[in-house]
Design a binder for this molecule. Structure first.
Ligand code: ZN
Length: 298
């Protein structure tokens, strides 16, 4: 592929983006996609991804993740166990930084609703937004928790939310700038915006290169580092108040990356590599596999 890229950066409009890497959709289609980097704002983005409607055929992973696998299998058990720990950690982070035990929370991209339900049990009033019908039905049947569609968001009252969360969702959104403006309007003046996503300046991303599972093309449209995340969200009226590692992601992403490379014993190799990544990120959050960022309004 020629390293000269046609078209302008979708984030800042600058011309001259350059080829950064070529990645494969290991999870579904096995198609290849270029990642390109804007010389102006520094954003790395997936070049010419499928449109929003076509993306649905690439984007049916979450139900499989939540429900699939052998319930007696080791990976399945570990997944449920670590999710239970992470739900408690996420709740504790939000309650510590918002100085609240309860309030109005908007969970955007709520998937099957485990986090929403967990927060409701802790006395939060949760509004969940999910674009896929199957996930909304699952949430209603499993938790009796009703989710709204993305188009229903314009019925929400401005300045009524204490916290907005996006757990591994922001990097999928077609128009992140407009989404940030929507959240700015919905949040109270002291409200918090919580964004978790993979970090391609992590140790494990460097180790695995184009096999790194955090790229997850074409579903991930945007590929962030702490610098580009802070820059983009900062342009929409927010300021970073805290960021920290999501420790289990380094193991999960490393195991998937080993599978992408087609290596033997991906679980054992991935656990080892995840351990190295986790250890490095303990003293350097910027090298962490995934990060959770907490922003407040300026
Ligand atoms: Zn740009």
């Amino acid at each position: 592929m020629n390293s000269k890229i046609n078209g302008n950066c979708p984030i800042c409009g600058a011309a001259g983006s350059q080829l950064y890497a070529v990645c494969t959709d290991f999870a579904i289609s096995h198609e290849q996609y270029a990642l390109v980097r804007c010389p102006d704002c520094g954003m790395v983005y997936t070049y010419q991804p499928p449109g929003e409607i076509e993306m649905t055929s690439y984007d049916k992973l979450s139900l499989k993740l939540e429900l699939g696998g052998d319930p007696k299998g080791l990976v399945h058990k570990l997944y449920w166990h670590t999710r239970a720990i992470m739900l408690r950690r996420k709740a504790a982070l939000i309650e510590r930084l918002s100085y609240r035990k309860g309030g109005n929370l908007l969970n955007y991209g709520a998937k099957t609703g485990f986090f929403s339900s967990f927060m409701e049990d802790r006395d939060w009033n949760v509004t969940s937004v999910e674009k896929y019908h199957e996930e909304r039905v699952f949430s209603l049947e499993m938790f009796h928790h009703r989710m709204i569609e993305v188009s229903d968001m314009n019925t929400l009252k401005p300045q009524t939310f204490d916290v907005v969360t996006m757990w591994h969702v922001f990097e999928h959104n077609q128009n992140p700038g407009a989404l940030l403006d929507t959240f700015y309007n919905l949040l109270r003046p002291d409200g918090l915006l919580v964004i978790a996503c993979p970090n391609y300046s992590s140790y494990d991303a460097g180790y695995y290169g184009p096999y790194w599972a955090g790229y997850d093309v074409p579903r991930h449209l945007w590929h962030f580092t702490p610098v580009t995340m802070n820059s983009l969200v900062g342009k929409h009226g927010f300021v970073l108040m805290h960021h920290e590692a999501l420790p289990y992601d380094s193991f999960y992403i490393s195991i998937l990356s080993e599978q992408n490379k087609g290596r033997h014993f991906p679980f054992i190799r991935g656990m080892y590599r995840g351990l190295v990544s986790w250890y490095i990120s303990k003293n350097n959050r910027g090298r962490s596999s995934s990060l959770v960022y907490v922003f407040r309004k300026k």
